[in-house]
Design a protein. Structure first.
Length: 152
């Protein structure tokens, strides 16, 4: 039994050590595809919760929780995929300020991650008013980053 636990811990440690290398992208285009995919999936699940908060679909606490957990799990992923030089001028592309104001950009990423944790807690409370407030705060956090760092 101890040997099995030791093997599992060793494997987990190796996996954790390999994660930074895994976060590297062979080509800048790969990073762009990755971050777009992560934002798309996160946005889809957030949209499902927002629809409940806006009364467009019936409130379902279990569905809200499931979607919020996906959003929270994905909230850190896209931010590893902003290598320098992957900005643009087209709508939806990152502005060069992502790199010139990197500390502010990283603060926005951390704020989003913190709000998504609160979103999960609000969904688990199974209360529509609580969920509405959390959706509003999460949405404001997204918008702040878009306003500062995304071409519209």
């Amino acid at each position: 039994m101890k040997r099995t636990i030791l093997i599992a811990v060793t494997c987990l440690t190796g996996l954790c050590a390999a994660l930074p290398a895994h976060a590297q992208f062979a080509k800048p285009e790969d990073a762009v595809k990755y971050r777009k995919a992560a934002f798309t999936v996160m946005g889809t699940h957030f949209g499902r919760i927002a629809a409940m908060a806006q009364g467009k679909v019936p409130f379902d606490g279990a569905a809200a929780t499931a979607n919020a957990e996906v959003v929270a799990a994905l909230a850190a992923l896209p931010f590893s995929a902003f290598p320098e030089g992957t900005h643009g001028t087209d709508k939806g592309t990152p502005k060069a300020s992502v790199w010139t104001e990197r500390a502010k950009f990283d603060e926005g990423a951390k704020a989003l991650q913190a709000e998504t944790v609160k979103l999960v807690a609000a969904a688990k409370a199974n209360n529509l008013d609580t969920l509405k407030a959390a959706v509003g705060n999460t949405g404001k956090t997204c918008k702040a980053c878009h306003d500062n760092f995304r071409n519209e």
